[in-house]
Design a protein around this ligand. Structure first.
Ligand SMILES: Nc1ncnc2c1ncn2[C@@H]1O[C@H](COP(=O)(O)OS(=O)(=O)O)[C@@H](OP(=O)(O)O)[C@H]1O
Ligand SMILES: Nc1ncnc2c1ncn2[C@@H]1O[C@H](COP(=O)(O)OP(=O)(O)O)[C@@H](O)[C@H]1O
Length: 201
């Protein structure tokens, strides 16, 4: 999005309590864990189960789910490539605030375009972001069709549906790939929780 004000008139305020102070209070580092994948690949299911496991371990975590954000913060955005870009930018900026607050933030957005995911990575900054590809073939996602959206897209009732009449660009350098066609949900959750714990403790 185009910047509305010049840097000369906007000031940065330093606060008395820092990110490091808050991380110490929580007893762990903070991090954004960005889940990307087709609709029906398992992003929400896995993120939700990981959230619960982290909570049970005493880790402060929060989940930003694409569907839920589109009810509020991102409710004015469509599924055009431009609006998806803005959706991802806002979610990354929100995630950055959570990381600054000392919290683990998981996000579950299709985020189909490499450039937008790279932008999210750059917004968060080195060491604060891991990209997790929830990998599943389109045919399997379409078979699962948990919300009946693929059927609607095939009937032409939804336009610009990812995988049907809009592209999904597979990650080329994700920190972690979880194949939900090849292995169980429990295995994926266990792998991701272990990966996160190694980074934050
Ligand atoms: N056209 C189209 N394409 C893709 N998805 C659609 C579309 N229309 C509605 N939905 C529903 O919106 C959810 C995806 O929203 P996201 O914010 O994750 O999308 S994106 O990151 O901006 O690409 C997606 O959620 P998930 O199925 O959980 O991925 C759908 O429930
Ligand atoms: N290995 C697996 N991991 C995650 N979900 C799976 C797996 N196998 C089957 N599923 C099912 O696939 C569906 C994924 O839906 P959802 O989590 O909403 O996906 P997304 O958020 O990516 O759209 C759920 O109904 C879930 O039970």
């Amino acid at each position: 999005m185009e910047k509305k004000e010049s840097a000369a008139t906007i000031f940065w305020h330093r606060h008395a309590v820092t990110k490091e102070d808050r991380q110490r209070l929580h007893g762990h580092k903070s991090l954004m864990v960005w889940l990307t994948g087709l609709s029906g690949s398992g992003k929400s299911t896995i993120a939700n189960a990981v959230l619960l496991e982290l909570f049970n371990k005493g880790i402060s975590a929060y989940l930003l789910d694409g569907d839920n954000l589109r009810h509020g913060l991102n409710s004015n955005l469509s599924f055009s490539p431009e609006d998806r870009k803005e959706n991802i930018r806002r979610t990354a900026e929100t995630g950055k605030l959570f990381v600054d607050a000392g919290i683990i933030v998981l996000s579950a957005l299709i985020s189909p375009f490499r450039e937008d995911r790279l932008n999210a990575r750059n917004i968060l900054g080195k060491g604060n972001f891991i990209e997790v590809y929830i990998k599943c073939p389109l045919e399997e996602c379409e078979k699962r069709d948990p919300k009946g959206l693929y059927k609607m897209a095939r009937r032409g009732e939804i336009k610009q549906f990812t995988g049907i009449d809009q592209e999904y660009e597979e990650p080329e350098a994700a920190e972690l790939v979880l194949d939900t066609n090849e292995s169980s949900m429990e295995k994926a959750v266990d792998t991701l929780v272990t990966f996160i714990m190694e980074k934050i403790i």
